[in-house]
Design a protein around this ligand. Sequence first.
Ligand SMILES: [Zn+2]
Length: 203
Amino acid sequence: MNYKSHIYGGVAVWLHAGAALSIGVNDMLVTAPVAIVGALTPDLDHPKSRIGSLVPFLSRPISALIGHRGFSHSGLCVLAMALAFSHLVLMDYPDWTLFVQAWLIGYLSHMLCDAFTARGVPLLWPNRARWRVPLIWIRTGREPEMWYVLIMLMLGLQAFVATVGGAQPYYVLLWQMAQDSPGWPWVESYLLNPLRALTVIGG
Ligand SMILES: [Zn+2]
């Protein structure tokens, strides 16, 4: 995916997180740039990516060492960052929790967006298997990529604005719709099951 898609995707996922964690409007505005930088950072492993071309002295050695879509796109990398932040930053500066969350969620949004592309992401790196979301595979730079992130952005906006305004975010409405309509097998398989999986992870 190109950098614009990752910016929109990062904001979209951060808006969902803002809705889920009940983060206020001001805090969201202050932390959004952190989420955006987090969403661009995994492509530091590619000297021709937008962020990589800004800091070639970093992206060239990283690319030579680990290659594109390797360690920087893995669960191990996110785990290492989460541990490093919780030990080095949050022990001394607990007020920075929201910024750390914004960074990590922005970073994860990058991997989620890349998982929608045909190349997938090596989630369990150093295992070479690449993981993809088995719905729509997008070729980088093609038009559907933009549609996909714009839809994510609209959904994120709806979820966040609805939560701030005391209304139901779309995923709660879908959940209720799915529960009220057990006769719709597609709702069960495409919406309810992923939501159940998310609930297990979140709980
Ligand atoms: Zn990437």
